[in-house]
Design a protein. Sequence first.
Length: 199
Amino acid sequence: MELDSSAFRRLARPKHSKLPARSASDFAGAALFLPQLRPPLLFFLMRALPHTRSCFVCGETNPIGLKLTLHTDGQIVQTEFVLRPEHVGFKNTIHGGVLSTVLDEVMSWVCAVATKRFAYCAELTVRFARPGRPAEPMIAKAELSANRRGKVFEAKGEIRTRDGAVVATATGKYMPVRQSELVQMAPDLLGDAGDMFGR
């Protein structure tokens, strides 16, 4: 199911971030993203995306979730986050599965932003460049790299520290969610996304 541009813009109403307020200087290092990705935008120049109740990454009421707020400028999706000691694998090292989950989230949402369709991950490839640390502010960012005739979407993403050090990069392939499943998902989504479900 596709949205016209005016309907999809209503998906992304402003919403305050759960993280402390940042100044422009705080994000200076984030401009050093990988060359194949567009430079990140300051979060206050972007708009917040809807979120769900139950999602482990963005879910508002998931008791063990990350509760991240994702932002978009209409072409990229990014989020700033800080992981906790309970998210480690080896001591003082964030588990790669948790970082991969965050990458999948931003890449899945950028597919929705760019194609106006929600999509499941069919394939995820992640390369780790350095360990992520608990309490270390990081920025995850993604953009769509290809739309294969509406049947498969390809996205790329990365996680960097706030000073620009690469933590992980990823590519993924995503398949659109069926209309029947979208209707079942609708009650879990928070934000003005009714048009996406035909309401």
